[in-house]
Design a protein. Structure first.
Length: 309
C-alpha cells in the first residue's frame, strides 16, 4: 500500500508538467491513478447500503464519545448524524464531510478514527483534515483521484465565485481560480499520499499560500462551486446576502431517514447569463454518486438576509 501511494505521489508531481493537450493529460493522469489504486479503492460503493454496518459505526461514535469523560461528548442525535456521515464517506458514497454537529479536538478525532479502523478495515481510507476549528473527514483515495483531475484540467470543471463585499451593493462575480491554489493543492495531495497519521492540520499551509479558507473548504467538500474572497477585505461578511441563490441538494433515504449528502449554492443572477449553467451544476452534483445509487437531487431558489460561509 505504502509503495503504491509513493508511486502515485511521484506521478502526481510529474503529470502537470507533461506537454500534452489538457484533455489527454487529464486522461493519462486519471487512468494511471486508477491503475495504481485499483486494489485499494472500495469494492462497492456499498450498494445496497448496509444498515448493520452503519449501526456499528454509530456504536463506535457513541462509545468514543463516552470514553473521554463521565458525560458524553455529544448527544445521541449528534452521534447518529456523525455516524451516518462517516459511514457514507467510508463506503465511498461521499468523498468527504464537514463535522458541523459537534466540536472535536484532534486527540478525539485521532481516537475515533483509530477505533473505527479497528472495527472496520475500510476506514483505513478515511483521514481527518483540520482547517482552523473546522474538521473534515475525507475518503483519501477518492479525494486524491478527484483533485488530480481538477489539477490536470486547470480547474475547468469548477466555478469560482468572488463574494468579496467591498461596498453595500457588491454582488458576486465569476472569477479565476486563485493562482496559489495550484501549488497548494499539489502540496496537499502530496501530503495526503504520504500521510501515515490519521489526521492532518492544513491551517498553517493555507495561511502560507494566503488562500481563503472558504475556498479551501469548498475544495475539501468537493463542491463544483467554490466561493472565494479575492481581496483582503472583512471575510465575516460577503456579497451573497439578499441575492437569489440556486441551491442544489442531494439527499438519500436510508433506514427510514432522509440524509443530506451534499448541498451547495450558486448565485441565480450569474446562472441567468449562462443558459446551461444550472443543468451543468445538476449534472456535476449527480456525477458525485454512482448511477445506481438511490440519490434524490433537488434544486430550489432561496434569498437570505445573511449567508454564512
Amino acid at each position: 500500500m505504502e509503495r503504491t501511494w509513493k508511486l502515485a505521489s511521484v506521478w502526481a508531481g510529474v503529470a502537470p508538467f507533461l506537454e500534452a493537450p489538457d484533455h489527454r493529460r487529464a486522461a493519462w493522469t486519471c487512468k494511471t491513478w486508477h491503475v495504481l489504486m485499483r486494489a485499494h479503492r472500495p469494492k462497492h460503493v456499498l450498494l445496497p447500503l448496509d444498515e448493520d454496518c452503519a449501526k456499528k459505526v454509530i456504536d463506535v461514535v457513541v462509545r468514543v464519545g463516552r470514553s473521554r469523560s463521565k458525560k458524553s461528548l455529544w448527544s445521541h442525535k449528534h452521534a447518529h448524524t456523525l455516524g451516518y456521515d462517516l459511514y457514507f464517506v467510508m463506503s465511498g458514497l461521499r468523498v468527504s464531510c464537514l463535522v458541523d454537529c459537534v466540536f472535536m479536538e484532534p486527540s478525539v478525532a485521532t481516537l475515533l478514527l483509530e477505533t473505527l479502523r479497528e472495527s472496520n478495515p475500510l476506514f483505513k481510507h478515511v483521514v481527518a483534515i483540520f482547517l482552523g476549528d473546522d474538521l473534515f473527514f475525507l475518503h483519501r483515495t477518492s479525494f486524491v483521484h478527484a483533485k488530480l483531475l481538477d489539477l490536470t484540467c486547470d480547474f475547468r470543471s469548477l466555478l469560482f465565485v468572488d463574494v468579496t463585499k467591498t461596498q453595500l451593493d457588491s454582488t458576486p462575480k465569476i472569477c479565476a481560480a486563485p493562482p496559489a491554489l495550484t501549488p497548494f493543492l499539489r502540496r496537499l495531495l502530496s501530503d495526503m499520499m504520504t500521510l501515515s497519521a490519521a489526521i492532518l492540520d492544513i491551517s498553517s499551509v493555507v495561511r502560507l499560500y494566503s488562500l481563503s479558507s472558504t475556498a479551501v473548504a469548498g475544495l475539501l467538500l468537493h463542491y463544483p462551486v467554490i466561493y472565494s474572497f479575492q481581496s483582503a477585505s472583512d471575510t465575516t461578511t460577503n456579497a451573497l446576502a439578499m441575492q437569489p441563490l440556486l441551491v442544489f441538494h442531494a439527499t438519500l433515504t436510508f433506514n427510514g431517514q432522509v440524509h443530506s449528502l451534499v448541498k451547495f449554492s450558486f448565485p441565480a443572477a450569474l446562472a441567468s447569463h449562462r443558459p446551461s449553467c444550472a443543468a451543468l451544476l445538476r449534472s456535476l452534483c449527480r456525477g458525485h454518486f454512482p448511477r445506481s445509487s438511490p440519490v434524490h437531487l433537488e434544486t430550489t431558489t432561496v434569498t437570505l438576509a445573511s449567508v454564512a460561509l
